[in-house]
Every structure is written in structure tokens, then in C-alpha cells.
Write a protein that binds this ligand. Structure first.
Ligand SMILES: Cc1ncc(C[n+]2csc(CCOP(=O)(O)OP(=O)(O)O)c2C)c(N)n1
Ligand SMILES: [Mg+2]
Length: 571
């Protein structure tokens, strides 16, 4: 039998979806039957990964899409499974991650009128008024499949939204009866469903931005997610070198610029200090950034000119957003940067000015490198500096390593001390819901099986990531990766948030702020129990190097996960 569910699976394959992250329920008999039928008859279907937790499933699809650029499918159970996707929904939306989420829904008949009609008590309980409404605020597109006859068109339309800038998650829901419906096989002309082509700058915009860059004394690029497209990184390097533009990363979600390049000026997170490069810039070109600066602590000079190029310049998902830009342009970063470089191939910039700017920024770059090197001292006998941990990890990296960062109060430590040069070597969630790193590491490893994947996360984030589920999946589907936990025995960030607003209040004098996990769980042992991971707790600096060697051996040679629970100073 060729059912709507068979067609659904076929549509996924047509669209290049290679993996389904699934959490099954009573809404899915037709899909489970269609998968079994496809396997029995040798039909091509995506690989199915059973995911015991939905948030982990969506985080895995998130990591997969970041590394490969390709959306995958997440299948969940009615409205409960949709809710269990939890904060991963927010992360996929905020991170602009293409992914197709499909949920079944309760049967809409109860007397056996149609195949799939109600036959279990839970189908009354799970019948809700607006299942799509649970996630609608976060989706680029949502719809209900009402007949199997055009199910393929809806899958392809949803994925066209997911793949078109600003990319993001899409949600389809299909009731049991519809998913059971027998339909006629049909093939799809996929060229009809290609994503919207990347937008370019107008000629006038190119001239305006180029002229401003060329005449500025201290031109500065600020970016966060330009590196989502690795080709944009090379385009930015080319333009920056042509003109002598400094590059600052603000809240970077990707590797946007090679850290060793002399125009690189570092990465800015929540540090409550004015950034000097931002203060002295007379022209700031913001490219692909949600938070280029935090005005209450760090901002450009009042008379600086600000231009903004972004795939999402309006920040359509954010009710409050403005940066005081003189002009904003909706364009694809790689395309826009290539246009600007083409302009300067025709209109060569003045050599002396370029040399002066380059020397100025190179001096800042060198001074920063010296400052950072001093911070890499090991620490004391009973606590290890995060900077030291990160520097030790750095010495084990190669071109083929992928970092999934959920460092939280160590985000900037990871950014500063890994010193990554390779585009596509670092990813963060792009959102604010903790627990992304474990699932994302699985997705990254699936997308790039040849890569060594290292997740670096806070102890709180590790617990949010549902490590029991993550490590069961990682073993079951052979996606070994290394986790390094910055264990400061709790949630440092909420404490920092409170003290930033109430520096001299009761909280500043209190002995406890309800943010510590003393004594902490044995984090590494959770992964060992759930998925046979190599588990090591490290409390002294001299234990770290041998543990890293053992852990990387476990991941690369034994093909099993490793978790290093590293005790950094108490929060
Ligand atoms: C799902 C979710 N719940 C709560 C928060 C609020 N929150 C932000 S940072 C943080 C602490 C994270 O702890 P950890 O990963 O150990 O990082 P640390 O701050 O200690 O460096 C919390 C609870 C959040 N961002 N997301
Ligand atoms: Mg912590």
C-alpha cells in the first residue's frame, strides 16, 4: 500500500533529508508501518534515529544543519511531544536553523469512520484546540496536512521556507486518518521548490558602503553569524585585507574570521566593559549580527557612522531592536562582501591609508595575544583555570575538529583561547535556551563523520542537555564525541546577572544565592551509565593532559564518547 505516510517519507528523501530524529507515539502507526514497508521493499528512506528525548532530537537536527547546511526532520508525538521539544524550538528559531518538525495529531473520528480512527483512551486526552499554536511564534511556517493527496507539496513548501533566508524551523501536523490515507504515487519536480536566491546589494548601496569604508580612518566590521556560510569568511578576509578593516566578533555563533589574522580584534560577550575597538571606530559595518553591542556597557562613538548588512536586518522575531544605523541592507553576507571586493578591484584604495589602518589594528591584535597568553597559567591545586583548560584543548585541535560551545560564563574564554582559524569549526546555539550542546554534538558528528567533535559546556548546561538521552543515542548510532564540562559547581551566570543589577545589595553579601550544586553530581558517570562513555573527573591541573589524551583516544579509536568533568574555580 502507498499511503500518505509513504509519500511523506518519499518527499523527505526528494528534499535531501537524510536523517529523521524520531520520538514515536500513538499518532504514528501509519509512519511506522510505512517505514517498515519501505525497508521490506527496499524503498529509499532517511535513516531513523530513535531519540528518547525530543529536546535532544531537535538539538541534534540543529547541530546537523549548522555543520552541513541541510535541514533534517524531527518527528514528535502530538501536542505533548511538541511541548517536549522545549527550548530547542527557541534555539532553532533564534539561531535561524532550517529544520522540519512533524507531529501527528489525535484522530478526528471516533466510530471507526476512517482508517486511523480513535482506538486508545489517550486520543481524547491529547485532542487540543491549537496544537500548532504551541510553536507558531517560533516557526517560519506551520500548517496542517488535510489530505494525503498534496502531502508532498506541503513538505516541499515547508522546506522552502526553512531553507530561505532568514532560515528557520517549520512545523507540520498530520492527523492519524490523513497519514493513513491511500494515495497515488507522484514524483516531484524539485527545481520548483528551490530556496529563494541569496539577496545582493544594489549598485547604489555598494558605492555608498564602499565610499564610506574607503574614507574612514578606523573602519570596523562587527559580526556574529556571517560564518554560518563558511564561504563568507574568506570574502570578509579578502575585503578586510584590501582596506585594512578591523574585525570584532560580538556574541559569535560561528567562526567568522580567522583568530590568527592580524586584523582580528577578539570576541565580545557580556563583559561589562567598553570595547576599545568599538569606541574608536568612525565607521562600523555590522554584518549578520543580532547583538553587535550592548549599549549600556559598550557602544560605538556618538558620531560614528553605522551601516548594517544582514539576512534579517529588521530582526523580525524581536519586538525591540535598533542600532542607530544610517542605512540597513537586506543581503547575503558572502554575496555583499564579494560585491564590495569587486568594487575595490576597480577602484583601488589608497595604499598609504590601508597600510596605516592595517598597522594600527595589527598592533592591537598583537597586544591582545600577549594579554591572553598571560591568562593561560594552570591555576591552583584544587581548581583549574578555564583559560588553561581551553589552551590545553587548543593544543589537540586540528583542521578536522568541530567545537560545539555552550560555555555560558566561559563563552568568551572558549572564543579567546581556542584561537580558531578554520571556518565551520565552532558553533553555538544562537539562542538562549540551555541544553543544546549534547544533541548538537550528535548532529555534528552525523553530518561530518570524519570530524572530531568536542562539546564544551557549563555544568548547568550539561544537566540541561539531558545527558542520559544524549549518551544513549550517541552509543546506539555511533556518534562518539568528547564533552568537556567547565564545572564551577553551579550556575554562575544568574549570580553575575544579579550582582550586575544589585552590586551592593543583599545578594552581594549573602552566603547563598540558591545557584550552587554542592556537592555536584558525578557528571561523567551519567554518560558512562547511559552510553558507556569514558568518564574522568579532573580536579588538578596536572591531571588534565593525560585525561585529554585518553579521552581523544576513546573518541577517535575506540569510537565511544568521553566526558571530562573539569573542576574550575567555584562560582
Ligand atoms: C532552559 C533555560 N533555563 C534557564 C536559563 C537561565 N540561565 C542562563 S545561564 C544559566 C546558568 C548555566 O549554568 P552553567 O552551564 O553551569 O554555566 P555558568 O553560568 O555556571 O558558567 C541559567 C540557569 C536558560 N538560559 N535556559
Ligand atoms: Mg556552571
Amino acid at each position: 500500500m502507498y499511503s500518505a505516510s509513504t509519500a511523506f517519507l518519499e518527499a523527505l528523501t526528494e528534499a535531501g533529508v537524510t536523517h529523521i530524529f524520531a520520538n514515536w507515539g500513538s499518532d504514528h502507526p501509519a509512519l511506522i508501518e510505512a517505514l517498515a514497508e519501505a525497508r521490506a521493499n527496499g524503498r529509499k528512506i532517511p535513516a531513523v534515529l530513535t531519540c528518547p528525548n525530543e529536546m535532544v532530537a531537535l538539538s541534534a537536527a540543529h547541530g546537523f544543519a549548522q555543520v552541513s547546511g541541510r535541514p533534517q526532520a524531527v518527528l514528535v508525538h502530538v501536542e505533548c511531544g511538541t511541548q517536549a521539544l522545549a527550548g530547542a524550538v527557541h534555539n532553532a528559531d533564534k539561531g535561524r536553523i532550517p529544520v522540519l518538525i512533524f507531529a501527528g495529531s489525535s484522530p478526528y473520528t471516533q466510530q471507526g469512520e476512517l482508517p486511523g480512527s480513535r482506538n486508545e483512551f489517550i486520543q481524547w486526552i491529547q485532542d487540543v484546540h491549537d496544537q500548532r499554536g504551541i510553536v507558531r511564534g517560533y516557526m517560519r511556517y506551520d500548517n496542517e496536512i488535510r489530505t494525503g493527496r498534496n502531502i508532498k507539496q506541503l513538505v516541499h513548501r515547508a522546506l522552502q521556507f526553512a531553507n530561505s533566508d532568514p532560515k528557520g524551523p517549520v512545523y507540520l501536523m498530520g492527523p492519524r486518518e490523513v497519514m493513513e490515507e491511500e494515495v497515488l504515487p507522484a514524483t516531484t519536480e524539485m527545481t520548483a521548490w528551490t530556496p529563494i536566491a541569496p539577496a545582493a546589494l544594489s549598485d547604489a548601496a555598494v558605492t555608498r558602503i564602499a565610499t564610506a569604508l574607503n574614507t574612514a580612518k578606523r573602519p570596523l566590521v562587527v559580526t556574529s553569524y556571517l560564518g554560518r556560510n563558511p564561504r563568507a569568511v574568506a570574502a570578509l578576509v579578502a575585503l578586510a585585507e584590501t582596506l585594512g578593516i578591523g574585525v570584532l566578533e560580538s556574541v559569535p555563533n560561528y567562526t567568522n574570521f580567522p583568530a590568527s589574522q592580524k586584523l582580528y580584534l577578539g570576541n565580545q560577550w557580556n563583559l561589562p566593559k567598553q570595547n576599545p575597538a568599538l569606541a574608536e571606530a568612525d565607521l562600523v559595518l555590522v554584518i549578520d549580527s543580532d547583538v553587535p553591542w550592548i549599549p549600556t556597557v559598550s557602544r560605538p562613538a556618538a558620531d560614528a557612522m553605522i551601516f548594517h548588512i544582514d539576512v534579517d536586518p529588521l530582526k523580525q522575531q524581536m519586538p525591540l531592536w535598533y542600532i542607530g544605523a544610517q542605512a540597513s541592507f537586506r543581503a547575503d553576507a558572502a554575496t555583499a562582501l564579494a560585491q564590495l571586493s569587486a568594487y575595490f578591484a576597480q577602484h583601488r584604495p589608497a595604499e598609504a591609508a590601508v597600510a596605516e589602518r592595517t598597522a594600527h589594528y595589527a598592533a592591537q591584535h598583537a597586544a591582545r595575544a600577549e594579554r591572553l597568553a598571560k591568562l593561560e597559567a594552570p591555576g591552583s591545586d584544587d581548581a583549574i583555570n578555564g583559560e588553561y583548560v581551553t589552551a590545553c584543548v587548543r593544543r589537540h585541535l586540528d583542521e578536522n575538529t568541530i567545537i560545539i560551545s555552550e560555555g555560558i560564563s566561559h563563552y568568551h574564554t572558549i572564543g579567546d583561547h581556542l584561537m580558531l582559524d578554520t571556518p565551520g569549526s565552532l558553533f553555538t546555539s544562537g539562542g538562549g535556551s540551555l541544553g543544546y550542546s549534547g544533541g548538537a554534538a550528535i548532529g555534528a558528528k552525523l553530518a561530518r563523520p570524519d570530524a572530531t567533535v568536542i562539546a564544551m559546556c557549563g555544568d548547568g548546561s550539561y544537566m540541561f542537555s539531558v545527558p542520559s538521552s544524549v549518551h544513549w543515542i550517541a552509543r546506539a548510532y555511533e556518534t562518539p564525541f568528547l564533552t568537556i564540562i567547565f564545572n564551577n559547581r553551579g550556575w554562575k551566570s544568574p549570580k553575575l546577572s544579579a550582582l550586575a543589577v544589585h552590586p551592593d545589595g543583599y545578594a552581594s553579601r549573602a552566603n547563598t544565592l540558591d545557584v550552587s550544586f554542592d556537592p555536584p553530581p558525578d557528571y561523567a558517570a551519567i554518560a558512562a551509565a547511559a552510553g558507556g562513555a569514558l568518564a574522568i573527573t579532573i580536579r588538578r591541573p596536572d591531571e588534565l593532559e593525560s585525561a585529554l589524551i585518553a579521552a581523544l583516544h576513546a573518541v577517535k579509536t575506540e569510537k565511544r564518547c568521553a566526558v571530562l568533568d573539569v573542576w574550575v574555580p567555584h562560582l
